[in-house]
Write a protein that binds this ligand. Structure first.
Ligand code: FE2
Ligand code: FE2
Length: 287
């Protein structure tokens, strides 16, 4: 069955709605003089979101364990930018809603790539931390779109990619004529995300070479490197780990962003620890 990207995104829009309250909060961030009080007030309209913000702020991810009692504490201690990340994370968790094993893998992969993008960005200084983090978190959201439309019969394709170490992107292009990066970029446009996030997501599977080094491609290259690290060295998103650290430095995207971290083992450990803290904090009580 051939269906256009537009019709595909349209067909799952209801199931994938970005919470209205989150949209309002994100709009609020665009204003210059937003106050702690204003933000706390609007967040408190959504008790689930408020609870997550407190939980994540008190988690091992930050070093305030137990000290964050109110939303105002959370905002003043971890800061506006971190609160913004949590708002998007809670909204994304909603979209990624786990109903099978592959959903769980996709969600954990997304969290890990968000953390990895942010960690690698600290070294390479490609963009703002928030952009790196959010682009990493949402880079594979197109896979969720494919999966939510049952007519696409996407689950076997995902399994093939996961267990046989194939590229989902290639299997998708063969089968549908476009890939999850195209679909994800389209969805984020519909959701009115910033252009730099849309670009980073849309191009994260480009064949990167040093000749293509414009700024918007660098952000996509950053996500590509983070994705590679998470898939191959942490095996979150791929069934099989590899041990060869050299492979990372051969990667076109790594050259594009000037990646030269020498202590890879330490960096991988850092990503793993932060990812685990976040995964714990983002769990629902019933999970
Ligand atoms: Fe991807
Ligand atoms: Fe990915």
């Amino acid at each position: 069955m051939k269906i256009s990207i537009k019709d595909l995104v349209e067909s799952v829009k209801e199931k994938l709605a970005f919470p209205k309250i989150a949209m309002r909060i994100l709009r609020l961030f665009e204003e210059d003089d937003i106050s702690v009080y204003q933000l706390a007030k609007i967040v408190s309209l959504d008790p689930i979101l408020a609870a997550y913000i407190l939980k994540v702020a008190n988690s091992a991810f930050y070093n305030f364990s137990g000290k964050v009692k109110t939303l105002s504490d959370a905002i003043t201690l971890i800061g506006f930018e971190e609160v913004k990340k949590i708002v998007i994370m809670v909204s994304a968790k909603n979209a990624f809603k786990v109903s099978d094993e592959m959903d769980r893998i996709l969600w954990e992969h997304s969290l890990a790539v968000a953390v990895a993008s942010s960690v690698i960005n600290q070294q390479t200084r490609i963009t703002d931390d928030g952009v790196a983090y959010i682009a990493g978190l949402l880079h594979d959201i197109g896979k969720i779109v494919f999966k939510k439309n049952e007519d696409m019969e996407y689950a076997p394709l995902l399994n093939e990619a996961y267990y046989e170490g194939k590229q989902a992107k290639e299997l998708e292009e063969e089968r549908y004529g476009y890939n999850h990066a195209d679909v994800g970029g389209y969805l984020l446009q519909e959701w009115n995300f910033d252009q730099e996030i849309i670009d980073a997501v849309s191009f994260h599977h480009l064949n990167f070479t040093l000749k293509k080094t414009s700024d918007f491609l660098k952000k996509a290259a950053l996500v590509n490197v983070a994705d590679f690290v998470v898939n191959n060295y942490l095996a979150i998103g791929k069934a099989q780990k590899i041990d060869d650290f050299g492979a990372l430095f051969e990667l076109g995207a790594a050259k594009v962003i000037g990646f030269n971290q020498t202590d890879l083992a330490l960096m991988i450990e850092d990503i793993q620890t932060k990812f685990e803290a976040l995964r714990e904090a983002m769990k629902e009580e019933s999970e």
